[in-house]
Write a protein that binds this ligand. Structure first.
Ligand code: PXP
Length: 250
Protein backbone atom coordinates (compact mmCIF):
# COMPACT_ATOMS: atom_id res chain seq x y z
CA UNK A 1 0.00 0.00 0.00
CA UNK A 2 1.32 3.48 -0.91
CA UNK A 3 1.51 5.74 2.14
CA UNK A 4 -0.38 8.99 1.64
CA UNK A 5 1.35 12.31 1.15
CA UNK A 6 2.17 13.87 4.49
CA UNK A 7 0.79 17.39 5.04
CA UNK A 8 2.93 20.17 6.49
CA UNK A 9 1.27 22.71 8.77
CA UNK A 10 3.49 25.70 9.52
CA UNK A 11 3.13 27.33 12.92
CA UNK A 12 3.79 31.08 12.69
CA UNK A 13 3.60 31.93 16.42
CA UNK A 14 7.22 32.93 16.69
CA UNK A 15 7.01 35.49 13.92
CA UNK A 16 4.61 37.21 16.34
CA UNK A 17 7.08 36.63 19.20
CA UNK A 18 9.70 38.66 17.31
CA UNK A 19 7.15 41.34 16.41
CA UNK A 20 6.02 41.67 20.02
CA UNK A 21 9.60 42.07 21.24
CA UNK A 22 9.47 45.60 19.78
CA UNK A 23 5.77 46.28 20.13
CA UNK A 24 5.16 47.37 16.54
CA UNK A 25 3.55 45.66 13.53
CA UNK A 26 6.67 43.96 12.05
CA UNK A 27 7.44 41.24 11.22
CA UNK A 28 3.85 40.50 10.20
CA UNK A 29 2.76 36.90 10.97
CA UNK A 30 0.09 37.02 8.24
CA UNK A 31 2.74 37.86 5.63
CA UNK A 32 4.75 34.89 6.94
CA UNK A 33 1.67 32.66 6.66
CA UNK A 34 1.07 33.67 3.04
CA UNK A 35 4.73 33.13 2.20
CA UNK A 36 4.64 29.72 3.92
CA UNK A 37 1.67 28.73 1.74
CA UNK A 38 3.47 29.95 -1.40
CA UNK A 39 6.46 27.81 -0.36
CA UNK A 40 4.35 24.66 -0.04
CA UNK A 41 2.74 24.62 3.42
CA UNK A 42 -0.56 22.73 3.39
CA UNK A 43 -1.96 24.77 6.26
CA UNK A 44 -1.13 27.35 8.91
CA UNK A 45 -1.23 26.87 12.67
CA UNK A 46 -1.48 29.71 15.19
CA UNK A 47 -1.79 29.38 18.96
CA UNK A 48 -3.76 32.17 20.60
CA UNK A 49 -2.57 31.82 24.16
CA UNK A 50 -4.50 33.07 27.13
CA UNK A 51 -1.73 35.63 27.87
CA UNK A 52 -1.48 36.70 24.16
CA UNK A 53 2.31 36.45 24.38
CA UNK A 54 2.65 35.97 20.60
CA UNK A 55 -0.47 35.65 18.41
CA UNK A 56 -3.20 38.21 19.14
CA UNK A 57 -6.92 38.30 18.43
CA UNK A 58 -6.36 40.67 15.50
CA UNK A 59 -3.90 38.17 13.96
CA UNK A 60 -6.52 35.42 14.21
CA UNK A 61 -9.11 37.67 12.57
CA UNK A 62 -6.75 38.48 9.69
CA UNK A 63 -5.60 34.87 9.28
CA UNK A 64 -9.25 33.73 9.15
CA UNK A 65 -9.97 36.22 6.38
CA UNK A 66 -6.80 36.13 4.29
CA UNK A 67 -5.51 32.55 4.14
CA UNK A 68 -5.95 30.41 1.04
CA UNK A 69 -5.15 27.17 2.91
CA UNK A 70 -6.72 25.71 6.09
CA UNK A 71 -6.17 27.48 9.41
CA UNK A 72 -5.56 25.35 12.48
CA UNK A 73 -6.46 27.34 15.61
CA UNK A 74 -4.44 25.97 18.52
CA UNK A 75 -6.12 26.81 21.80
CA UNK A 76 -6.78 25.91 25.42
CA UNK A 77 -10.20 24.33 26.01
CA UNK A 78 -11.59 27.42 27.73
CA UNK A 79 -14.93 29.16 27.21
CA UNK A 80 -13.12 32.28 26.01
CA UNK A 81 -11.19 30.42 23.30
CA UNK A 82 -14.20 28.39 22.21
CA UNK A 83 -16.20 31.60 21.77
CA UNK A 84 -13.37 32.96 19.59
CA UNK A 85 -13.34 29.76 17.51
CA UNK A 86 -17.10 30.17 17.06
CA UNK A 87 -16.42 33.68 15.80
CA UNK A 88 -13.45 32.93 13.50
CA UNK A 89 -14.64 29.46 12.39
CA UNK A 90 -11.20 28.06 11.48
CA UNK A 91 -10.94 24.81 9.52
CA UNK A 92 -9.48 23.06 12.58
CA UNK A 93 -9.20 23.56 16.32
CA UNK A 94 -6.40 21.81 18.20
CA UNK A 95 -6.99 21.63 21.94
CA UNK A 96 -3.82 21.91 24.01
CA UNK A 97 -3.03 22.20 27.73
CA UNK A 98 -1.89 25.65 28.72
CA UNK A 99 -0.12 26.98 31.79
CA UNK A 100 0.84 30.62 32.16
CA UNK A 101 4.28 29.88 33.58
CA UNK A 102 5.36 27.45 30.83
CA UNK A 103 7.69 28.51 28.02
CA UNK A 104 5.84 26.36 25.49
CA UNK A 105 3.20 23.61 25.54
CA UNK A 106 4.56 21.04 27.97
CA UNK A 107 3.01 17.59 27.79
CA UNK A 108 -0.23 16.48 26.25
CA UNK A 109 -3.80 17.28 27.22
CA UNK A 110 -5.12 15.25 30.18
CA UNK A 111 -8.06 13.87 28.21
CA UNK A 112 -8.71 11.09 30.73
CA UNK A 113 -8.89 13.41 33.76
CA UNK A 114 -10.82 16.12 31.91
CA UNK A 115 -13.17 13.95 29.88
CA UNK A 116 -16.34 15.35 31.46
CA UNK A 117 -15.38 18.96 30.66
CA UNK A 118 -13.95 18.19 27.22
CA UNK A 119 -16.98 16.37 25.80
CA UNK A 120 -19.30 19.40 25.57
CA UNK A 121 -16.45 21.68 24.42
CA UNK A 122 -15.55 19.35 21.56
CA UNK A 123 -19.25 19.26 20.63
CA UNK A 124 -19.40 23.09 20.58
CA UNK A 125 -16.36 23.31 18.31
CA UNK A 126 -17.78 20.67 15.98
CA UNK A 127 -21.07 22.55 15.86
CA UNK A 128 -19.03 25.61 14.72
CA UNK A 129 -17.68 23.50 11.83
CA UNK A 130 -14.18 22.97 13.27
CA UNK A 131 -12.34 19.70 12.79
CA UNK A 132 -11.24 19.04 16.38
CA UNK A 133 -7.87 17.62 17.22
CA UNK A 134 -6.57 16.75 20.69
CA UNK A 135 -2.87 17.24 21.45
CA UNK A 136 -1.99 14.21 23.56
CA UNK A 137 0.89 12.02 24.66
CA UNK A 138 1.32 8.95 22.43
CA UNK A 139 -0.06 6.50 25.01
CA UNK A 140 -2.91 3.99 24.86
CA UNK A 141 -5.17 5.64 27.48
CA UNK A 142 -5.38 9.17 26.00
CA UNK A 143 -5.67 7.76 22.48
CA UNK A 144 -8.60 5.55 23.49
CA UNK A 145 -10.23 8.47 25.32
CA UNK A 146 -9.82 10.78 22.31
CA UNK A 147 -11.68 8.23 20.19
CA UNK A 148 -14.37 7.85 22.87
CA UNK A 149 -14.85 11.62 23.05
CA UNK A 150 -15.54 11.69 19.31
CA UNK A 151 -12.59 13.84 18.20
CA UNK A 152 -11.70 12.92 14.60
CA UNK A 153 -8.01 13.83 14.97
CA UNK A 154 -5.22 13.41 17.52
CA UNK A 155 -1.92 15.25 17.43
CA UNK A 156 0.78 13.20 19.14
CA UNK A 157 3.27 15.20 21.22
CA UNK A 158 6.76 14.64 19.82
CA UNK A 159 8.53 16.75 22.46
CA UNK A 160 9.95 13.92 24.60
CA UNK A 161 11.38 12.20 21.54
CA UNK A 162 12.87 15.39 20.07
CA UNK A 163 14.43 16.35 23.40
CA UNK A 164 15.99 12.89 23.77
CA UNK A 165 17.41 13.16 20.23
CA UNK A 166 18.77 16.67 20.94
CA UNK A 167 20.33 15.46 24.22
CA UNK A 168 22.07 12.59 22.41
CA UNK A 169 20.30 10.05 24.66
CA UNK A 170 20.10 7.21 22.13
CA UNK A 171 18.30 4.68 24.34
CA UNK A 172 15.62 7.16 25.39
CA UNK A 173 15.24 8.45 21.83
CA UNK A 174 14.66 4.93 20.57
CA UNK A 175 12.09 4.19 23.27
CA UNK A 176 10.29 7.49 22.58
CA UNK A 177 10.28 6.83 18.85
CA UNK A 178 8.69 3.41 19.45
CA UNK A 179 6.09 5.05 21.71
CA UNK A 180 5.18 7.46 18.88
CA UNK A 181 5.09 4.70 16.26
CA UNK A 182 2.87 2.44 18.35
CA UNK A 183 0.69 5.40 19.34
CA UNK A 184 0.18 6.36 15.70
CA UNK A 185 -0.67 2.77 14.78
CA UNK A 186 -3.15 2.47 17.65
CA UNK A 187 -4.82 5.78 16.84
CA UNK A 188 -5.13 4.89 13.16
CA UNK A 189 -6.65 1.51 14.10
CA UNK A 190 -9.31 3.38 16.07
CA UNK A 191 -10.12 5.43 12.96
CA UNK A 192 -8.45 8.64 14.11
CA UNK A 193 -6.46 10.88 11.77
CA UNK A 194 -2.99 11.18 13.26
CA UNK A 195 -0.89 14.37 13.38
CA UNK A 196 2.38 15.07 15.17
CA UNK A 197 4.17 18.12 16.44
CA UNK A 198 6.51 19.81 18.87
CA UNK A 199 10.24 20.26 18.48
CA UNK A 200 10.51 18.66 15.02
CA UNK A 201 13.49 19.62 12.81
CA UNK A 202 14.66 18.33 9.41
CA UNK A 203 16.12 15.08 10.78
CA UNK A 204 13.34 14.17 13.20
CA UNK A 205 10.64 15.09 10.64
CA UNK A 206 12.35 12.93 7.99
CA UNK A 207 12.53 9.94 10.36
CA UNK A 208 8.99 10.28 11.69
CA UNK A 209 7.63 10.67 8.14
CA UNK A 210 8.64 7.04 7.65
CA UNK A 211 5.75 6.03 9.94
CA UNK A 212 2.90 5.81 7.40
CA UNK A 213 0.08 6.40 9.92
CA UNK A 214 0.95 10.09 10.29
CA UNK A 215 -1.10 12.38 8.03
CA UNK A 216 0.21 15.80 9.12
CA UNK A 217 3.10 17.45 10.97
CA UNK A 218 2.78 20.88 12.58
CA UNK A 219 6.13 22.62 12.83
CA UNK A 220 6.99 26.10 14.04
CA UNK A 221 9.97 27.04 16.18
CA UNK A 222 12.64 25.26 14.14
CA UNK A 223 11.36 26.63 10.81
CA UNK A 224 11.16 30.22 12.03
CA UNK A 225 14.67 29.90 13.52
CA UNK A 226 16.04 28.36 10.32
CA UNK A 227 14.45 31.19 8.34
CA UNK A 228 16.91 33.61 9.99
CA UNK A 229 19.71 31.87 8.09
CA UNK A 230 18.16 30.71 4.82
CA UNK A 231 14.84 32.55 4.56
CA UNK A 232 11.39 31.17 5.33
CA UNK A 233 10.70 29.92 1.83
CA UNK A 234 13.93 27.90 1.62
CA UNK A 235 13.42 26.51 5.14
CA UNK A 236 9.92 25.31 4.26
CA UNK A 237 11.02 23.82 0.93
CA UNK A 238 13.79 21.92 2.69
CA UNK A 239 11.33 20.65 5.32
CA UNK A 240 8.97 19.53 2.56
CA UNK A 241 11.86 17.64 0.92
CA UNK A 242 12.86 15.98 4.22
CA UNK A 243 9.27 14.86 4.84
CA UNK A 244 8.90 13.54 1.27
CA UNK A 245 12.18 11.59 1.58
CA UNK A 246 11.03 10.09 4.87
CA UNK A 247 7.62 9.21 3.48
CA UNK A 248 9.16 7.57 0.39
CA UNK A 249 10.96 5.18 2.75
CA UNK A 250 7.70 4.14 4.48
N1 PXP B 1 1.70 21.33 17.72
C1 PXP B 1 1.26 21.78 18.91
C2 PXP B 1 -0.03 21.27 19.41
C3 PXP B 1 2.00 22.73 19.63
O1 PXP B 1 1.56 23.17 20.83
C4 PXP B 1 3.18 23.24 19.08
C5 PXP B 1 3.95 24.29 19.82
O2 PXP B 1 3.21 25.47 19.82
C6 PXP B 1 3.58 22.76 17.82
C7 PXP B 1 2.84 21.78 17.18
C8 PXP B 1 4.80 23.28 17.15
O3 PXP B 1 5.92 23.01 17.92
P1 PXP B 1 7.31 23.67 17.53
O4 PXP B 1 7.10 25.14 17.55
O5 PXP B 1 8.23 23.16 18.56
O6 PXP B 1 7.63 23.17 16.13
Amino acid sequence: MMAERLRLGVNIDHVATVRNARGGALPDPVRAALLAIAAGADGITAHLREDRRHIRDTDMARLSGELTKPLNFEMAATDEMIALAERFRPHAACLVPEKREERTTEGGLDVVGQQAALGPRIARLQAAGCRVSLFIEPDAAPIAMAAKLGAPVVELHTGSWCHAVADGDGAKAEAEFRRLKHGAERAAELGLEVHAGHGLDFDTARKLAGVPDFAEFNIGHFLIGEAIFVGLEAAIRQMRKAMDEGRASA
